[in-house]
Design a protein around this ligand. Sequence first.
Ligand SMILES: C[S@@+](CC[C@H](N)C(=O)[O-])C[C@H]1O[C@@H](n2cnc3c(N)ncnc32)[C@H](O)[C@@H]1O
Length: 244
Amino acid sequence: MAAARTPAPYPDVLVTSRPLDEYCALFGLTRAQLAALPGPLLDCPGGAAGLAAEARELGCRVIAADPAYALPLPEVAAHALAARDSMVVAMAARPRLYPALGRCRSESYLRSWDRARRLFTADSAAHPQRYVAAALPRLPFADGTFVLTLSGYLLFAYPELFDLEHQLAALAELVRVTAADGEVRVQPLHDGFGRRCGHLDRLRYALGERRISSEVRRVPQEGRRTCRVLVLRAAGHRRRGIGK
Ligand SMILES: C[S@@+](CC[C@H](N)C(=O)[O-])C[C@H]1O[C@@H](n2cnc3c(N)ncnc32)[C@H](O)[C@@H]1O
């Protein structure tokens, strides 16, 4: 599944390093559900996340895809370190946008990112084939390769890069590489300032025209907060039933 080495197209996008437990909380998944997946999971964009390394420990096969993987690994790690610094500032300015922050201070929360970044660096050095350099809206995977596809902090987080047309193309591509009875989950549905996507209904309508069914699911977070996750699947297929 090795991809051609292409330059990272969007240098302004942060290369973040969330750990597995934060992925589970944000996407409404449990470790047990990941361990029970009957096929591979795609994390796109993978960033410098710990998911691929940590989920493998559970027996879940993860492929991460991200244009940043076209860069030499030390550069990816340096981008991830810079993203951490940006997050300290962003969290101080808008703490409510970061559900995993909970009641802890940003420094102690970001220590979980430091661990995830170290796991990512070690895993991608040892198993580079798990980290594929690729950019939406075109992925180098065959139709239906993955039973579950996760896409966090990209398609709605950077509206200046992804307008409705680009979101539609990217989401359709994520559905294409996901098994017909699998699922694509996307979050957050707001930008870096907490502004909700204003054309979500139009986007869902356009997805429907492409025979992609969609649902906005509320995933409970710590306290009384919820996180909205867009769940997509090929229309007319029964769900495999990855925990709801
Ligand atoms: C904020 S990070 C999210 C990483 C991870 N999903 C997380 O939640 O921590 C955004 C990532 O999107 C990647 N990216 C930028 N453009 C992309 C594209 N067209 N297709 C896929 N990934 C892209 C960046 O390289 C960066 O690593």
